[in-house]
Design a protein around this ligand. Structure first.
Ligand SMILES: Cc1cc2nc3c(=O)[nH]c(=O)nc-3n(C[C@H](O)[C@H](O)[C@H](O)COP(=O)(O)O)c2cc1C
Ligand SMILES: [Mn+2]
Length: 420
């Protein structure tokens, strides 16, 4: 599957809204995308972006049905069931990516002197944003210089100038650990930024995969290898049918100011962040298909694209990690998109021995998936599905006591204050 197949499938399913009226990339496009996602539910293809001649696609992931379509699963599965399917498929035999001679991504090649990233219809999302963002549903390809392993990572990317884009690779991520290896060796890190491709590749780019290439994870999920071509300057593998790829280098010693950005939390990154300098890509080459379709994701208050992606991918990788750890009794795992897809986890277990729920809680907290951002965890018994939020509330009301001591009556409960 490539992005065009996915858009065709959306249209067939009645899940696509085409917007042919002229729309401004500056604040207007993102506002419309968010309103359509929230009030209409369809994905949106902007076909007429002011000052540009290529389209922009929003909302690929903003419904569970489209998440199922991206995964090639029946449209009526719940997010929990989809995460379970990912977990089951991803622990099967690995199907490695396949290098092919060439692909439509090379239909157009722009060389260094002609590189001007502003030629592409990157949107500005919110008023106080530091600029236009070309990478919100993207991924970046790097190679570990010690192990030669290929890593995919989704990091947001602001257009900083004609030949430079941001790469907000946060500290401690696999991408950062790779960058630091290049930096210590006194080298720049080769990198390819992919905008628009098989939607499952982008999801895998945002998954905390530590021990494999995400290309192989997607091959395993799809049951057939991802086809890649080698980018011409760095030799990094990129999807043969990607829409748009920026190739270049990150100098770990040359950070650039980036942001602010109206985030998926519904808040701007702190004003302080304005002065924080982050890695950036010096763009040397651009490859793109004819009429490249730019894949973007809405941000802001939940629930939109970003929250669904974060929730789905984290459910799937947390469930996979718990299974690999050999933790018993797991019935379902859910990181609610309402909680921005990453800050709260709910796990349903079949309790089998004293201390079992504590063991599960410790395992969740210790997982790589939950290292970043988990604030709280709710464990419920197996008669409640982790994604059945009304029943989870019922369990909190009747089976939980803030003092930790179970009581027969809830009449004298002293509530624990949560200050907001
Ligand atoms: C839409 C979206 C945007 C993201 N933006 C960032 C980002 O800017 N920086 C970051 O470090 N992680 C970001 N993440 C989370 C990472 O993609 C995730 O932690 C992934 O594991 C990073 O890849 P790595 O583990 O190979 O470094 C984002 C996730 C999603 C779904
Ligand atoms: Mn990765």
């Amino acid at each position: 599957m490539d992005l065009r197949d996915f858009i065709t499938l959306c249209e067939k399913e009645g899940d696509l809204k085409r917007i042919t009226a002229e729309v401004d990339w500056d604040l207007e496009m993102t506002h419309i995308a968010k309103m359509v996602e929230e009030k209409d539910g369809r994905a949106v293809l902007f076909e007429n972006v002011k000052g540009h001649d290529s389209p922009v696609f929003f909302g690929a992931y903003s419904s569970t049905k489209r998440m199922a379509m991206a995964l090639g699963k029946p449209a009526d599965l719940t997010m929990c069931e989809l995460s379970h399917a990912w977990m089951k498929m991803s622990i099967g035999d690995v199907i490695r990516s396949k290098e092919v001679e060439t692909g439509p991504v090379f239909d157009n090649i722009i060389y260094e002197e002609d590189v001007n990233v502003f030629k592409f219809p990157a949107p500005r999302f919110y008023e106080k944003d530091g600029g236009r963002y070309i990478g919100t549903a993207c991924f970046m390809v790097t190679r570990d210089p010690e192990t030669d392993e290929i890593n995919l990572g989704t990091y947001r990317s602001q257009v900083l100038d004609e030949k430079t884009v941001g790469a907000q690779i946060l500290k401690g991520k696999r991408g950062d650990r790779i960058l630091q290896k290049y930096r210590k060796a006194g080298k720049k890190m080769p990198i390819c930024l992919v905008v628009g491709c098989d939607p499952l590749l982008m999801l895998a780019g945002s998954a905390m995969v530590e021990d494999a290439s995400e290309y192989d994870v997607v091959g395993t999920l799809r049951g057939e290898p991802v086809e890649t071509v080698n980018a011409k300057l760095t030799g990094l593998p990129i999807p043969a049918s990607a829409e748009l790829v920026l190739e270049g280098y990150v100098d770990g010693d040359n950070l650039r100011a980036e942001g602010p950005f109206g985030e998926y939390t519904g808040y701007y990154t702190d004003e302080l962040y304005k002065t924080i300098e982050k890695p950036a890509i010096e763009v040397k080459r651009i490859y793109h298909r004819n009429d490249p379709i730019m894949l973007c994701a809405s941000v802001g208050r939940p629930i939109n694209d970003n929250h669904m992606m974060l929730a789905f991918v984290r459910n799937a990788t947390l469930w996979t990690e718990l299974t690999r750890m050999g933790i018993r009794g797991i019935q379902s795992v859910y990181m609610p998109p309402e909680a921005c897809g990453r800050f709260w986890a709910i796990v349903s277990i079949k309790q089998m021995y004293p201390g079992h729920s504590n063991q599960v809680a410790a395992a969740v907290i210790a997982s790589n998936t939950c290292t970043y951002g988990l604030k709280g965890l709710i464990i419920v018994d197996d008669d409640i599905r982790a994604d059945d939020l009304p029943r989870v509330w019922w369990a909190l009301a009747t089976r939980y006591h803030p003092s930790g001591v179970p009581r027969s009556s809830n009449a004298d409960v002293q509530p624990r204050l949560i200050r907001l």
